[in-house]
Design a protein around this ligand. Structure first.
Ligand SMILES: Cc1cc2nc3c(=O)[nH]c(=O)nc-3n(C[C@H](O)[C@H](O)[C@H](O)COP(=O)(O)OP(=O)(O)OC[C@H]3O[C@@H](n4cnc5c(N)ncnc54)[C@H](O)[C@@H]3O)c2cc1C
Length: 383
């Protein structure tokens, strides 16, 4: 499925993770330190430009390759994959829906990572019911005046560009027809009010953004027409959900790899613990479920590459891979016994990182809603 160059690139990222990430991830996460050097390394590898083709970039890869690169990063430290996920979605949004000026203005700097991007959907009042959002951009004298607040915004402090989902017509019926995306650069009227404390996903900030009478030029509207933002973002989230599924694959794989090693080294009753049937069964189930999750994710990525609408497939991949990662992380804790509960071992981190993939990029309850709606839509019974 991958070209030879793509396979080689995944190999380069794998080696980067083994040599640069694995040795430092534990301590950086324990101290909640921003991984400056690793992010710079990711920029040098071209990871921020994976969605940007020529002439603006040079590194656009297939969705399947993107999934496998993300898996490698998350295998080393999930936070690194989080530091490029929303960025890729924004780059894709600009590529697919932006004007020529927007592409020329942003894509070259997004490709190198010189400019980092994030997407701001969730509000303090809710993240699932996006159409009920309260952030409003009022058109006024050739510009927008933005008021509202967003929360749980990954990379919110360091990102220089925010793809802001907001209402340009709060009275529109149905509500999604009044939703637009503005490409907002940091500046007066936008405050990063605080960073949120988290169970996992440490090192990379997740922030609250407050917009107070922020003046944004009219040409910040993504594309040329208002009211398209909801549909644009739903398409963008297909990539986002593939990315979150891939992050789950990485966390699950790390938990399995650590467990496989530990189960051969640790002995009880005079034999390596993997030879106890219960532990062997855990390992067999973990590996089987992980491979199933990977195949489902690659299937969705392949359909995406073929140009299909994949909200159902990406939703299935995100749902299954994230629940699988959580189960594998728990089994890894069991296999490590008391040490699985120790913050000196990485399995404790996997167990704290895994729930993010269940909640983020649309909760798994919302994924099930998306899946069943598509299932019924694609299999409608004549009545
Ligand atoms: C670490 C982290 C990083 C994040 N990064 C970003 C980011 O960069 N940008 C961004 O915009 N957001 C981000 N989010 C927000 C995330 O997308 C939301 O938390 C998520 O969409 C859920 O929204 P909520 O927290 O408001 O929960 P709610 O919408 O309040 O949901 C609460 C519960 O009710 C369930 N529920 C709600 N509606 C339904 C329904 N119709 N059917 C069934 N169940 C339902 C939910 O599944 C959930 O279990 C991040 C979140 C976290 C934790």
């Amino acid at each position: 499925m991958l070209s030879r160059e793509e396979r080689e690139f995944v190999g380069v990222v794998r080696r980067f993770v083994d040599s640069e990430v694995k040795p430092v991830a534990h301590d950086l996460e324990a101290e909640d330190i921003y991984p400056e050097k690793l992010i710079e390394g990711m920029k040098e590898l071209g990871i921020y430009g994976l969605a940007v083709p020529e002439p603006w970039g040079y590194g656009k890869v297939s969705a399947a390759c993107y999934v496998l690169v993300t898996e490698e990063l998350a295998r080393g430290w999930m936070s690194l994959a989080g530091a490029m996920g929303g960025h890729t979605v924004v780059a894709k949004l600009i590529l697919d829906y932006g004007t020529q000026e927007q592409k020329d203005k942003y894509l070259p700097r997004l490709a190198t990572g010189e400019l980092r991007a994030t997407m701001a959907l969730t509000e303090p009042g809710g993240g699932s019911d996006l159409q009920a959002m309260r952030t409003v951009a009022r058109a006024e004298g050739g510009k927008y005046v933005v008021n509202g607040s967003k929360t749980w915004i990954s990379n919110g402090r360091r990102a220089g560009l925010v793809a802001l989902l907001c209402k340009t017509d709060p009275a529109a019926e149905p509500a999604h027809k009044g939703v637009s995306i503005l490409l907002v650069e940091k500046g007066e009227g936008l405050t990063v009010s605080r960073d949120l404390h988290k169970l996992g996903y440490k090192g990379v900030e997740t922030s609250e953004l407050v917009f107070e009478d922020m003046h944004v030029p009219a040409d910040a509207l993504l594309g040329t027409a208002e009211g398209q933002g909801f549909a644009q973002m739903m398409r963008g989230l297909e990539v986002g959900r593939l990315q979150v599924a891939a992050r789950a694959l990485g966390v699950g794989r790390a938990a399995l790899e650590d467990s496989l090693r530990y189960a051969q080294e640790r002995e009880s009753f005079g034999r390596p613990i993997w030879k106890h049937q219960s532990i062997g069964n855990y390992l067999a189930n973990m590996a089987t479920k992980l491979e199933a999750a990977r195949q489902l994710t690659l299937f969705a990525a392949q359909r995406y590459d073929e140009g299909d609408r994949v909200d159902m497939e990406a939703g299935m991949a995100k749902l299954f891979a994230s629940e699988t990662a959580m189960e594998i992380a728990l089994d890894a804790v069991r296999i490590h016994g008391g040490y699985g509960y120790s913050s000196e071992f990485d399995v404790e981190r996997y167990f704290r990182d895994a729930p993010l993939m269940i909640v983020g990029e649309g909760t798994n309850e919302i994924q099930r809603n998306v899946i069943v709606k598509q299932l019924v839509g694609r299999n409608r019974v004549a009545r």
